[in-house]
Design a protein around this ligand. Structure first.
Ligand SMILES: NC(=O)c1ccc[n+]([C@@H]2O[C@H](COP(=O)([O-])OP(=O)(O)OC[C@H]3O[C@@H](n4cnc5c(N)ncnc54)[C@H](OP(=O)(O)O)[C@@H]3O)[C@@H](O)[C@H]2O)c1
Length: 247
């Protein structure tokens, strides 16, 4: 991937909105190595290596991060990792959760309770990017519950102790690998309650060409879904205008 510089103004604007420090990452309480904090290159564990997991895994590898992909089918993940290159590897979901300084969980919502239980001890205190959307047609009753509660708060209940940032929820997976071609043109609405987690997720989002735009806390995660005003590709300015109309 050709790395282009993300406009400084965009980054500054985001950080002002997020209200988080621009200084070096605070390590205390975060499962980050000093290497990650100083180089900006993370070990990313991905649980769910389907359309979203493989697309984002691919661009993060190109951006220089180390990625471990996982699902319930290790052979699929090994083949995928081999295609993505030397910085990609495959493991079980537990191995990926242990490997990642940052995790991305990208499974159908119906699988989230099982993932949360299985990885409970490994996700506590970790930054977890949550791309998962609840759809009744696919996920059944859990989706009705999650839609009523709001997807952000529902994910927090299913992944206790994780420092969740909802992101990548309402952009098609097929487009996720191309934002870096025009860095900063497309905004990425995100929601979370943890300022450090938001900053780390934002770095990873900026790295692959999107400008993160904080919508609010996890309670606003209900707007990070297909079919809401924030869905689809919008510029950062458009996203800010839409946010002003919410609630
Ligand atoms: N597709 C999109 O454009 C898009 C965009 C934004 C957000 N999303 C949301 O992001 C999530 C992932 O979407 P996707 O399109 O990537 O789905 P997908 O192509 O169906 O991939 C889902 C992945 O999750 C894995 N998985 C399922 N259950 C699992 C479990 N219990 N433990 C570990 N891995 C498990 C699947 O592999 P195995 O079945 O082999 O385990 C597969 O690798 C969904 O919630 C979706 O609504 C999708």
């Amino acid at each position: 991937m050709k790395t282009k510089t993300i406009p400084r103004q965009s980054r500054r604007r985001f950080l002002q909105v997020a209200g988080v420090a621009t200084a070096a990452l605070v390590l205390e309480g975060l499962s980050l190595t000093a290497r990650a904090a100083s180089t900006g290159k993370f070990k990313i564990g991905i649980v769910g290596s389907g359309r979203v997991g493989s697309a984002l895994g691919g661009v993060w590898v190109k951006a220089g991060h180390e990625v471990m992909l996982s699902s319930r089918h290790i052979e699929h993940d090994k083949a995928l990792a081999a295609r993505l290159g030397a910085n990609a590897s495959a493991g079980t979901p537990r191995e990926a959760a242990a490997f990642g300084e940052v995790l991305m969980i990208s499974v159908p919502y119906g699988s989230l309770p099982a993932v949360g239980k299985d990885l409970a001890a490994l996700i506590k205190g970790k930054v977890v990017i949550d791309t998962c959307n609840p759809f009744v047609w696919r996920d059944g009753d859990i989706a009705t519950w999650a839609q009523t509660k709001g997807a952000g708060l529902a994910s927090a209940e299913l992944l206790p102790g994780a420092r969740i940032v909802r992101a990548f929820n309402a952009i098609g997976a097929a487009r996720m690998g191309s934002a870096h071609e025009e860095p900063g043109r497309i905004g990425m609405p995100i929601a979370g309650d943890d300022a450090q987690a938001i900053e780390i997720a934002s770095r990873l989002i900026l790295d692959i060409g999107y400008e993160p735009v904080l919508v609010g806390g996890l309670d606003m995660g209900k707007y990070l879904m297909p079919g809401t005003p924030l869905s689809g590709e919008n510029t950062p300015q458009e996203i800010r205008k839409i946010i002003a109309t919410l609630n």
